[in-house]
Structures are given as structure tokens and as C-alpha cells.
Design a binder for this molecule. Sequence first.
Ligand SMILES: *Cc1c(COP(=O)(O)O)cnc(C)c1O
Length: 255
Amino acid sequence: MTGPVSGPPVASRAGDDARRAEIAANLAKLRGRVADACAAAGRDPGEITLIGVTKTYPSDDVLHLAALGVTDIGENRDQEAAPKAAAVAAAGVAVRWHFIGQLQRNKCRSVARYADVVHSVDGVRLARTLDTARAAGGDTPLDALVQVSIDGDAARGGAVDRSEDADRDLAAVLDAVAGARLLRLRGLMAVAPLGWAADRAFARLAEVAAAVRENYPSADILSAGMSGDLEQAIVHGATHLRVGSALLGLRAPLR
Ligand SMILES: *Cc1c(COP(=O)(O)O)cnc(C)c1O
């Protein structure tokens, strides 16, 4: 007999302490990178929100991140995010869920139930479906970012500046989100296209964001930068970084 037979539950299982320490060390390194990048760019680290991307990792890792102060959590697939959000809520822990992956219209109902922010609105019909889906759960608005395709290749997600496809045209998508009853247009999201230097990609994104803000001043979020390119994103005005592997470790290949 080595422990008490009754009394308060033990705070964590043996392996959890090691995992939390590993994530804490990664987080310290990451915060150092953000601080250095902000110093180099003349920006205040207080302007930057770190979103921990937990895809492929268990809900326990969300609890670790929350305990370490990272309460903005990103997921890219509804099938994985919905049960994880339920598990975290059941543990009595409140985090802000950011849906960052390509969103199909038939998933809007589910995503609208747990998401606090959707980063990947890239179609007029998608915006309308998401708005209707949100209304099914009450009257709380959902923060929405319009995902921008930096290279104009709509196949990889994102609305396209001056697209011939009216559904994917950036101006039309912005209007659809701004006009939706329960969506709040908060800004833009983008991923640096394959084959583009991050610096060039985020410089282009910053131009688009500046133009968008002239028409929609409240669209002041810029979600850009991941584990490999967050320094360049910070130079070009990112306010929200979506970081997975630098916090939690390399993921097994998904497909
Ligand atoms: C997975 C993912 C990230 C995080 O990528 P890392 O390189 O692991 O930091 C960011 N944004 C989106 C849209 C993702 O799908």
C-alpha cells in the first residue's frame, strides 16, 4: 500500500506529468520565438494570440494546454473536433474552439454547436449555411474569418480575389459574412501556398488584409503563421498563430 485509499482524486496519472512537462518546454521555446520575432518586427507580443492546434492529439493534450494557459484550441476536422470538444467540456474545462480546416456545408450544423471561431469561411453558400446552422443553437453570434487563397488556386481552399466563380469571390464572401445575422466578420485567414516563400505569401496577404479593413474596419484579425513560418507571419501583421507540431510534436502523416 503506497497511497491513500480514499481522499481527493489524484491530479494526474503518472504519464501525464511527463507529457505536460514536454508540452510546457515546447511552449516556452515557442513563446521565445514569438517574443524574438515581435522584437525584430517592433511589435508587442500582447497583440498575438497563440492557438494550439491539437488535431490528431487526444483531448488530454487540450487539457494540458489549457492548464499551461493556452486556452485557444484549433481543430481541422469535425469528426475529430466534435468528440474532443465534448470531452473537454465534460472535464469542466473551458477553451475557445477555433475551426481551421476546410468546412463542408453538411458539417456546419455540428461545427456551429461547439466552435467559437471559424477560420475557413470561403464560399457564399457556406457562409449562409453556417449562419443558418448557428441560428439552430440560439442567438449567440459566431466569429468568422474569411479564408483567402493567396495564389488564387481555389482547389486548395480559400476565397479568390476577383474570382469568376461568384461563390468563391472574395468580395462576395466578405459581403455574405458581413450580412449574415449570426456571423461576425472578424478578419482573414490564410495558409502560405506550397512553393511560395512564406515572406512573399504573407506580404501579399497583408495587402489584401489592408484593403479589406478599409471596407470592414472590424475585420482586424489576421490568422496566419504555423510552426514553420510564424516569424514571417508576425513580420506581416499576423494576430493569430495556429501552431501544432512545435507545441505537441510531429504528427503521424494523415493521408
Ligand atoms: C495543422 C494546421 C496548422 C498547424 O500546423 P503546424 O505546422 O503543425 O503548426 C495550422 N493551420 C491549419 C489550417 C492546419 O490544418
